[in-house]
Design a protein. Structure first.
Length: 181
């Protein structure tokens, strides 16, 4: 039971600090879950995040569910999801009640502008960390480049490049394994 409370409160912390969406939680997950507790590796976080993008729903919650399941099964899934959702629900309720009054203050508008810049830094940090764990060879670099071009030029669901990347990874691994024999 103690471990379930720990899972819940770790995800409450991540949920409180992950302003700006799923991408901003990656460095937080690395810090609180991989580095401090060793529950999963950075590579596993990246994998869970990719899977979380393919599933319906909120990426942050999907990723939390996968990590919670690895740590403590179905109970871990439930408390990780609740922990990730709890801060957003509370903050959203407070903001919904107060937003119109708050936006009248110039300082609040400036604060939101500052938060936007900070979120951009968190996203950039997440991309750099994912790059280090995801691009392992020239094939990975080619998959990255093609996916980047496709995603910036064509409006398609992220599921298609993720699935195409998975297929390419399998094909490349199989082909390189046959050539080594």
């Amino acid at each position: 039971m103690k471990e379930l409370f720990e899972i819940f409160f770790v995800f409450v912390q991540v949920g409180c600090l992950a302003f700006g969406g799923g991408y901003t939680m990656l460095p937080l997950l690395q810090k609180y879950i991989a580095d401090k507790r060793g529950w999963v590796t950075v590579e596993e976080i990246t994998d869970y995040y990719a899977i979380g993008q393919c599933l319906p729903g909120i990426i942050a919650v999907n990723t939390a569910i996968l990590i919670g399941h690895k740590r403590k099964g179905y109970a871990g899934m439930a408390v990780a999801a609740l922990g990730m959702i709890f801060p957003s629900v509370v903050i959203s309720l407070i903001i919904a009640v107060l937003i119109q009054d708050l936006l009248q203050y110039e300082m609040v508008v400036y604060a939101f502008n500052g938060i936007t810049v900070a979120v951009l830094v968190l996203i950039t940090t997440a991309v750099i960390k994912m790059w280090k764990t995801g691009i392992k060879d020239i094939f990975g670099l080619v998959i990255f480049a093609v996916t980047l071009i496709v995603m910036t030029q064509i409006k398609i669901s992220p599921i298609f490049p993720i699935l195409a990347g998975a297929v390419c990874g399998i094909v490349i691994k199989e082909a390189s394994g046959r050539f080594k024999k």
